[in-house]
Design a binder for this molecule. Structure first.
Ligand code: HT7
Ligand code: ZN
Length: 848
């Protein structure tokens, strides 16, 4: 397979301003008629090249005349076409056997589509690129009884009955859109209806379609949608533009959700929730994903990407917007901590591996591989830096200009930065490097206090180490937010770092304690040698909650790394002081306390060192956990009683207390006398958050209650697909000598299916990503198991396989025996036939 290059971008040779699609739905032979208006762009005599995959071509007509055209595996080439004409193409497709979940496929008994990034070419022959934008009319015909709802983008403009038990519906979308935003759904659902009145007084019908019997779990998603619609009006002045907004929840879906114009399709995991079956985290995620897809209506749909290299234009920006929304809806510091954990655990790991790329990649073999933490989350961090540099007002002015200038267009990341620059009259030339330069920058900090002049000097040096894709790196423009803590309080500053080394001076009465990167103001690693007393001071007395948490995590990380080198080391005084100081005020600030008391994850710890030894790091983390469990045994027992006394509601104070209780339980479960408390906690729980907290605590402590409680859980929830995913994930991530055997057994469980991405992610994904001991087993059995599974999965669903391989890609920090074992498995995979382009791109880079 060949890579596509951003540098090779050319305008399309033809435009297709209008498209009529006629679907006659049938499980294995759906007939698709596509009638396009085609117009040559510019003066040339190039043929019309249409993308198409896995299509059975029935006929091609130009202006009503049949033409003979030979289709290849990749598409159709039509030579000598007129400058302007009507093109009519009929194809047959097989949705039932489309297990890739891309194009038109079946999720249970419903038909649905997923076209981003390049799935439309599995529906009909077309110019499947985002800069070709058309107005769509879509007619759908299907059996009335099995498919009472026939949905597509835009407004319903016609419907009718047919004599053979079939019916049809006609949809029209008044907006120009790229084909990746096309959607069709047909099925029988329960429908939750509501409405929203926009700021300018227009009524929008809101319709949420869920599987029959799930109406009771749809309320939170609908409420979240209405909050998101209001928020976008208030924060960005952006109103919804159609008369109807539909969301359909399906069980078979490759990602979280899809922002198709007026007809979002969602993974049911990000729609359905009630207290008994969903956790606080599920409630949070639903609210944020619903908002994310809604926000795409302006940042993605009305203004879209010119080409797929520009994906971060819509994704980085929309993630940033959904992060702002979540911070407003929930606990801003905690929300930020979670985002930073994703950056440190996953994005920094991506930067350190073979798939490293800038937020605007320069080369792509398989586009689906670039829906990455770099494009999404680092992309959002880059937008956040702009927001920090320009301020709320400047950023909003930039957004207003961006939307006004580019509404209805397909544009580039450069166009976005240019709008920010023009609206604010500042030079962002240097800042643009974030789009083309990959890797995690390191910022080194050096300080000096001049007693006489009462000046605090700090020198910042930045340097981005070479990455697998790019040797030479340049200095970047980044805001470095700092806090100076002294006896009288604290002062905050934002330093604008643009050079490789820069000195800043600040007036300060008395030598302060410095804390760097407040709010994680730039996506970098900081090298700042601070002693534990200074870290402790920041953790206990800092102003910025993020910095307090970060200092606490550094103290804990250092004590775990110290315990790797000296297995008998006891807990440092500073860690003991951190825990007692935090526990003393835990009831007043439960959410922050919970995060400060939680141990850094294995993945975060692994990112902090160039080389790790898996077993020693795991043992060290466990030993620190045990010591903390014992040292504060009394506090864990009393704090778990600080539970909300009302019945469950997804409400801030309640969520904070449950989170604190969950962290306390993880320590408590390590104590020999915890069984009765855990057992009772499980039995009396009236909500999934508390139940799962007990199960997780038992799992991580390898408590003897784990198995009986899991059996009980299965008895209770065995028929509930979404809840059983939690059960599969607990099994998959359980670090236990039998974990592999149990995994193998569970792939045969009645509720498990290799065809359902949620199941695969829950069981196999949680093993590969989070079962450190099992996945990295010294005999290579974990790597072999995952590789064998990938071979099977690749034939079913390459996109899901390609995500699952991630933990096998970055191995340079492991010991040489494990590196060899992984390389052996990757080599086996590379020789496997057939191998998807998705896996080929990743495996070949990893072995390079
Ligand atoms: N824009 C959507 C991306 C997406 C996707 C991409 C590739 C394959 C399947 C997919 N499903 C959804 C989702 C989003 O970021 O909003
Ligand atoms: Zn998105």
């Amino acid at each position: 397979p060949q890579a596509m290059k951003l540098a090779d971008y050319r305008q399309p040779d033809f435009l297709i301003p209008a498209l009529f699609l006629d679907f006659e739905l049938h499980d294995t032979q759906t007939r698709v008629t596509a009638v396009s208006k085609v117009r040559r762009q510019g003066t040339h005599s190039h043929p019309l090249i249409l993308d198409g995959e896995k299509l059975q071509l029935v006929s091609v007509e130009i202006n009503g005349e049949t033409v003979s055209a030979q289709a290849t595996e990749k598409g159709l080439c039509l030579e000598n076409v007129p400058d302007e004409f009507e093109l009519r193409i009929v194809t047959h497709i097989d949705p039932l056997n489309n297990t890739s979940l891309e194009g038109l496929y079946k999720s249970g008994s419903a038909f649905c589509t997923q076209c981003e990034a390049e799935g439309f070419r599995k529906i009909t022959y077309f110019m499947d690129r985002p800069d070709v934008m058309a107005k769509y009319q879509v007619k759908i015909t299907a059996d009335r009884q099995t498919y009472p709802y026939l949905l597509s983008n835009g407004n319903k403009i016609g419907q009718g009955e047919l004599p053979d038990g079939k019916h049809w519906v006609l949809w029209e979308d008044p907006f120009f859109k790229p084909c990746y935003l096309f959607a069709l759904v047909a099925g029988d659902f329960d429908l939750l209806e509501d409405s929203f009145t926009t700021a300018s007084g227009r009524q929008v019908a809101l319709e949420l379609f869920v599987d029959k019997g799930n109406l009771g779990r749809a309320g939170h998603a609908m409420a979240s949608l209405k909050k998101a619609m209001l928020w976008d009006e208030q924060r960005y002045g952006l109103e919804y533009d159609l008369d109807i907004y539909m969301i359909v929840a399906v069980d078979f879906f490759n990602m979280g959700a899809m922002e198709n114009k007026g007809l979002n399709v969602f993974n049911s995991k990000f729609v359905l929730a009630d207290p008994a079956s969903a956790t606080d985290e599920d409630y949070f995620n639903i609210e944020s994903v619903i908002a994310h897809e809604y926000f795409h209506n302006w940042t993605g749909n009305r203004v879209t990407c010119r080409d797929w290299f520009q994906l971060s234009l819509k994704e980085g920006l929309t993630v940033f917007r959904d992060q702002q929304f979540s911070a407003d809806m929930a606990d801003p510091a905690i929300v930020r901590i979670k985002q930073v954990q994703v950056m440190r655990e996953h994005q920094f790991a991506e930067d350190a591996g073979p798939m490293v790329h800038p937020i605007r990649p320069a080369e792509v073999m398989e586009m689906n591989n670039f829906y990455s933490v770099t494009v999404y989350d680092k992309g959002a961090e880059v937008i956040r830096m702009l927001h920090t540099l320009l301020g709320e007002t400047g950023f909003r002015q930039g957004m207003d200009l961006y939307i006004a200038r580019h509404d209805g267009q397909a544009v580039t990341c450069d166009d976005f930065v240019q709008a920010m620059q023009d609206a604010n009259g500042i030079d962002l030339t240097l800042f643009r490097r974030w789009y083309s330069q990959s890797g995690t920058p390191r910022v080194e900090v050096e300080t000096l206090y001049d007693d006489k002049r009462q000046q605090f000097a700090l020198t910042l040096r930045q340097h981005t180490p070479a990455t697998a894709d790019q040797q030479d790196k340049l200095p970047l423009h980044m805001p470095v937010a700092i806090e100076l803590i002294d006896e009288t309080g604290s002062q905050q500053h934002i330093l604008s770092l643009t050079e490789s080394s820069q000195r800043f001076e600040l007036a300060c009465k008395g030598e302060p304690t410095l804390a760097v990167l407040a709010g994680f103001s730039a996506p970098v690693k900081v090298d700042f040698a601070q002693d534990s007393q200074e870290l402790l001071k920041t953790a206990l007395y800092g102003q910025d909650d993020f910095l307090r948490w970060d200092a606490a995590q550094q103290l804990l990380s250092e004590s775990i790394h110290a315990s790797v080198t000296d297995a008998n080391s006891s807990l440092p005084e500073a860690v003991l002081a951190l825990f007692s100081g935090t526990l003393d005020v835990a009831a007043e600030k439960p959410a922050l306390a919970a995060e400060m008391l939680a141990l850094p994850s294995f993945e975060t710890l692994a990112q902090q060192k160039p080389h790790i030894h898996v077993d020693s790091l795991l043992a060290a983390r466990h030993s620190v956990k045990m010591q903390l469990a014992e040292a504060f045994a009394g506090q864990w027992k009393s704090l778990i009683k600080v539970a909300p006394d009302q019945s469950y509601a997804y409400q801030r104070e309640q969520v904070q207390l449950r989170r604190l209780k969950a962290v306390c339980l993880t320590y408590l479960a390590e104590l020999p006398d915890s069984e009765a408390i855990l057992q009772q906690g499980y039995q009396h729980s009236d909500n999934m958050s508390d139940t799962l907290a007990i199960l997780r605590a038992c799992q991580s402590a390898n408590h003897r209650l784990f198995e009986p409680l899991m059996q009980d859980f299965e008895q209770r929830w065995g028929q509930d697909s979404l809840v059983m995913d939690k059960w599969f994930a607990l099994h998959g991530s359980r670090q236990h000598p039998n974990s592999l055997a149990s995994l193998q057994l569970l792939t045969g469980h009645a509720m498990y299916s290799i065809n359902n991405p949620n199941k695969v992610r829950a069981l196999i994904g949680s093993f590969a990503f989070y079962n450190t001991a099992g996945f990295h087993a010294a005999d290579g059995s974990g790597y072999r198991f995952v590789t064998d599974y990938l071979m099977k999965l690749d034939a079913v669903n390459p996109q899901v396989a390609s995500r699952l391989i991630t933990p096998m890609l970055g191995f340079s920090h492991l010991d040489s025996t494990r590196q060899d074992l992984i390389v052996q498995q990757l080599a086996r995979l590379l020789n496997h036939e057939p191998l998807s382009r998705d896996l080929y791109e990743k495996v070949s880079k990893a072995l390079h």
